[in-house]
Design a protein around this ligand. Structure first.
Ligand SMILES: *[C@@H]1O[C@H](CO)[C@@H](O)[C@H](O)[C@H]1NC(C)=O
Ligand SMILES: *[C@@H]1O[C@H](CO)[C@@H](O)[C@H](O)[C@H]1NC(C)=O
Length: 260
């Protein structure tokens, strides 16, 4: 009882502060148009000098811009949308590392198909997915997103990561597009996913996956510079050790680069 009594005044003070108009934070209307507002998604802050300047990160980005002469480390990910291990790897390891080191250090290739099977029937490719129909549908949706943004992976990856991290992955496309790619419509993506283009893209992914040598044994099957990456939670370490250009700050701050 004593601890609850001690806690109550603090809680009511907090409540009071939240309810007081305009105190303690600034209200949105008062921010005004005095300086350009950083409206880009965080992943795109280093995409141009203007964006970096507006978002006040030119210093941070300049390290990245110096690194563009070395070839980025390639990471290919063979996955399927409903496998928990795949979702965990993308959301907990791959996406954060990609955000930390950037496109100039890490070249990510996503291939949604995984352990599915394909057959040719009645003029189209039919797919049989490990986690059922829904997985086939979501794999195709992600293949379509990767195709729609084939020249701009940094637009596709946040949407895909958002879907894979969602508690309701089945209905995640629309809210994820709304937040990370508002110019793309659900209709555009679904037209691809439900039509011949989606079918063709999934067939290509099937071919890429089934032609792997050595063949994949499980998902996610992750190749770093064409070699199997087994310690999936060590991705950052291997990327830092493999990259030939000047190391990004996040590698230098981690002593593993120098201890092996
Ligand atoms: C990234 O990887 C893809 C697929 O392996 C390759 O075609 C592409 O050339 C690579 N990009 C760079 C910049 O190395
Ligand atoms: C292919 O067509 C046949 C005959 O119309 C039909 O019985 C069969 O279910 C179709 N297969 C698929 C996978 O749609």
């Amino acid at each position: 009882m004593a601890s609850v009594a001690a806690w109550l005044p603090a809680a009511s003070l907090l409540l009071l502060l939240l309810l007081l108009p305009g105190v303690p934070g600034k209200s949105l209307q008062n921010l005004g148009a005095a300086q350009p507002v950083c409206t880009q998604a965080v992943y795109n802050w280093c995409s141009s000098w203007e964006a970096a300047n507006t978002c006040e990160v030119t210093k941070r980005c300049s390290a990245r811009w110096r690194n563009t002469n070395s070839r980025p480390v390639s990471v290919e990910v063979y996955y399927e949308t409903l496998c928990p291990g795949c979702r965990e790897f993308v959301v907990m390891d791959l996406f954060p590392v990609w955000v930390l080191v950037g496109d100039s250090v890490l070249n990510v290739t996503l291939v949604p198909f995984g352990n599915a099977k394909e057959s040719y029937e009645n003029g189209t490719w039919q797919f049989d997915c490990q986690h059922g129909e829904l997985e086939c549908k979501l794999n195709t949706v992600q293949a379509c997103l990767l195709d729609i943004y084939k020249n701009d992976f940094s637009a596709a990856f946040p949407v895909i990561n958002c879907m894979l991290s969602s508690s309701d992955i089945e209905n995640s496309l629309e809210p994820c597009l709304k937040v990370y790619s508002p110019k793309t419509s659900v209709d555009e993506v679904m037209k691809c996913a439900n039509g011949p283009q989606g079918n063709k893209l999934m067939h290509q992914n099937a071919q890429k996956t089934l032609n792997l040598s050595p063949p994949h044994k499980y998902t996610p099957w992750v190749l770093l510079e064409k070699k199997l990456l087994e310690d999936l939670d060590q991705l950052l370490k291997y990327v830092c050790q493999t990259y030939q250009g000047p190391l990004p700050a996040v590698c230098e701050r981690n002593s593993f680069v120098f201890t092996e």
